[in-house]
Write a protein that binds this ligand. Structure first.
Ligand code: PLP
Length: 297
């Protein structure tokens, strides 16, 4: 029998669902679980696997060349570059900005994995969703699969549905970070009745982020919302309160988080609990999306 992709990559799926009992004001009345997608694989970041998984679902029909986009610290390009290297797929990464003289750890990994890295200026990068630009790329890379930034295509939703199907406990709320919106869109579109998905915006973008999410959801649904109070602006990486909180999560609870995504998610959870935003007795799932590689300097 041919090996499944999960076996080939040694993925830990279903990912663990762990009870979390923080010593936080208000948490004693709640039941909180962490869905540990950060533990799916040591290199492939959790939600980036969920979003890319449908591309590799049929091992007899895997593309021979993939082109995608991202910044110099992109968790998406990192996961994709690794996957392509292991699966012997040609990979072209179109990177925003010229890092050729100061490669980030992420880009050094890509180089090591034989990814073809193309640095483009910001104006060129801004055209990544532009139809003419994508058409040019198709001409240039005949037969390649072009994956949007962040892996955020509508095909990403089925991978998030698989994550949701792994959750066997009952719950009222599920929390996840939001950047390109596909993770929240995937959760919301496969959420059982009467449950709420709460996105935590990791970047500034009220209304913009909402439209990204609703554009990806195939049907009308109103079971989700985005909380915009915790992105911390572009300074979050150096925000002392947030960094201290990240250390607290690691040292007191043995949950590694970083200040770009998961740190903000848990920080939001703590603050929302303190503000009494979850009725006593609520059952909450927090999706740890991974992303630790992006915190390297
Ligand atoms: C990319 C990323 C997100 C954001 O997910 P979107 O689907 O783009 O909203 C959240 N957490 C981590 C760790 C990520 O790498």
């Amino acid at each position: 029998m041919p090996q499944s992709i999960n076996e080939v990559l040694s993925l830990t799926t279903p990912s663990p669902l762990d009870l979390f009992r923080p010593d936080w004001d208000g948490a004693e009345t709640l039941t909180i679980y962490i869905k540990r997608d950060d533990l799916i694989h040591p290199v492939i970041s959790g939600n980036k696997w969920r979003k890319l998984s449908s591309i590799f679902a049929d091992t007899r029909d895997i593309p021979s060349h993939i082109v995608s986009f991202g910044g110099g610290y992109s968790n998406h390009l990192h996961a994709l570059g690794y996957l392509c290297n292991v699966l012997n797929i040609r990979c072209t990464a179109i990177v925003r900005g010229d890092y050729s003289q100061n490669m980030t750890p992420m880009l050094s990994d890509l180089k090591h994995w034989s990814t073809d890295i193309q640095f483009v200026d910001r104006a060129t990068y801004a055209r990544r969703h532009d139809e003419r630009f994508v058409h040019q790329l198709r001409q240039q890379h005949k037969g390649a699969l072009i994956v949007p930034e962040g892996g955020s295509a509508s095909t990403a939703l089925s991978g998030l549905k698989m994550m949701m199907d792994e959750i066997s406990v009952s719950f009222d709320y599920i929390l996840a970070p939001v950047a390109s919106g596909a993770t929240l869109a995937g959760i919301a579109s496969s959420l059982p009745l009467n449950k709420k998905a709460c996105g935590i915006a990791v970047l500034k973008g009220q209304e913009y982020l909402e439209s990204l999410v609703s554009d990806l959801i195939p049907h009308q649904c109103d079971n989700w919302s985005i909380d915009h109070r915790f992105h911390g602006g572009s300074y979050a990486k150096k925000d002392k309160t947030l960094l201290d909180f990240c250390y607290e999560m690691r040292d007191m609870y043995n949950i590694p988080v970083e200040p770009v995504y998961s740190g903000k998610l848990f920080f939001a959870l703590k603050n929302k609990i303190a503000a009494g935003e979850f009725p006593a007795g609520s059952r909450i799932i927090v999706l740890h999306t991974g992303g630790l590689q992006g915190a390297r300097n």
